[in-house]
Design a protein around this ligand. Structure first.
Ligand code: F6P
Length: 365
């Protein structure tokens, strides 16, 4: 059984751990005896791009786009962030230039029996389309945004929340010394999970999420209400995808990736300027940007990467293709990839968000 592993979309801590545990589980000598067949693991470099550009007839090209994986190679990988296989946002089904036939041909020529795709909705969308065309695929969920449906955990989320919390802890000392407002921009294109959980565990005064458009008037009101009470500074956490009511998101530039996404960014700067203009309160902003995807994986990401990697191999052994590993109600399980794509797991506003206070709810039961 020749298993190929790839990582697609934005990198994050936890990917290397998942690759390691797919490899170790597939090659485990004890399990091998029980299964009655041997596995081999190959890494595909830079996500789907590796399968688009590899020339299976050219050994040099195969060496450039793929990587032999064994227990010795992956031994230390789970300690490190990023992805040692590299990643890309290449879409073989890009409507402007469909390269899916080429990819299917390359998979066949490379002798790949099954692909483990580790990624978010875009990467798993490709895995699902390939599955429909007869390629055996299984998925492992990854997204720091936490917006994948069908699972309550996706790799990278916990490490990113920890970065947000640590950076806000740092900002508090300087915000306090200067009596300033700090507006902190997090990732979170469609869903506010990162801002909400990052803001809640850091005790942010205001949290703004894409699911609930906000007004500057209300933000200023909340800040004025707090003046003279408790502390002299405030932390506002805002998702990159949050919107002022009646307007659209802030975009960094006009570029569109192969999955049709534009880069978001700039909302914290806007809010900070407006606060200063409207209230006279001194305000600064920080965009945490890719720091949230950097560094080494948290304990939770290491553990989930291990469990997800092991489960992916279980799925292969059970011939459970076209499905994604998932974490639901505290258990590792699997869901059909079909149910995961073209949908988003957004914050349940009624349950978790206070639309008056712009913060997490203060009732929980
Ligand atoms: O993977 C999703 C995400 O984390 C989004 O929150 C963000 O908009 C995007 O990645 C940015 O990715 P990049 O700048 O690496 O393309």
């Amino acid at each position: 059984m020749r298993i190929a592993v790839l990582t697609g979309g934005g990198d994050c801590p936890g990917l290397n751990g998942a690759i390691k545990w797919v490899t170790k589980t597939a090659l485990d000598p004890v399990l091998e005896k029980k299964r009655g067949f041997k596995c081999e693991v190959v890494g595909i470099r830079e996500g789907w791009k590796g399968l688009v550009y590899v020339d299976p007839d050219d050994p040099e090209s195969v060496a450039r786009h793929t990587m032999h994986l064994d227990e010795e190679v992956v031994r230390t990988w789970d300690r490190y962030g990023g992805t040692n296989l590299g990643t890309s946002r290449t879409n073989p089904f890009n409507p402007q230039k469909d390269r899916s036939d080429q990819v299917i041909e390359n998979i066949r020529k490379l002798g790949i029996d099954v692909i483990v795709a580790i990624g978010g909705e875009d990467t798993l969308g490709v895995a699902y389309k390939l599955h429909r065309r007869g390629v055996r695929t299984v998925g492992i969920p990854k997204t720091i945004d936490g917006d994948l449906v069908g699972t309550e955990y996706s790799l990278g989320f916990d490490s990113a929340v920890n970065v947000i919390m640590e950076e806000i802890d740092r900002l508090r000392t300087t915000a306090g010394s200067h009596n300033r407002i700090f507006v902190v921009e997090t990732m979170g294109r469609h869903a506010g999970w990162l801002a909400l959980h990052g803001g809640e565990c850091s005790g942010a005064y205001i949290i703004l999420i894409p699911e609930v458009p906000f007004t500057m008037e209300r933000i200023c009101e909340l800040l004025q209400e707090r003046r003279g009470r408790e502390v002299q500074y405030s932390i506002i956490v805002v998702s990159e995808g949050a919107k002022v009511g009646g307007t659209q998101e802030f975009y960094k530039d006009d570029r569109v990736d192969e999955f049709g996404h534009r880069s978001l960014g700039g909302i914290a700067a806007y809010i900070s300027d407006e606060i200063q203009k409207r209230t006279g309160l001194e305000s600064r902003y920080v965009n945490l940007s890719h720091l949230q995807r950097g560094g080494s994986p948290s304990a939770r990401d290491r553990l989930m990467a291990r469990w997800f990697g092991i489960a992916a191999v279980d799925m292969i052994v059970n011939e459970d293709f076209g499905r994604m590993v998932s974490f639901l109600h505290g258990e590792i399980t699997t869901v059909p990839m079909k149910e995961v794509i073209d949908r988003l797991r957004l914050v349940d506003v009624d349950k978790y968000y206070d639309v008056e206070r712009y913060n997490g709810k203060r009732t929980i039961l």
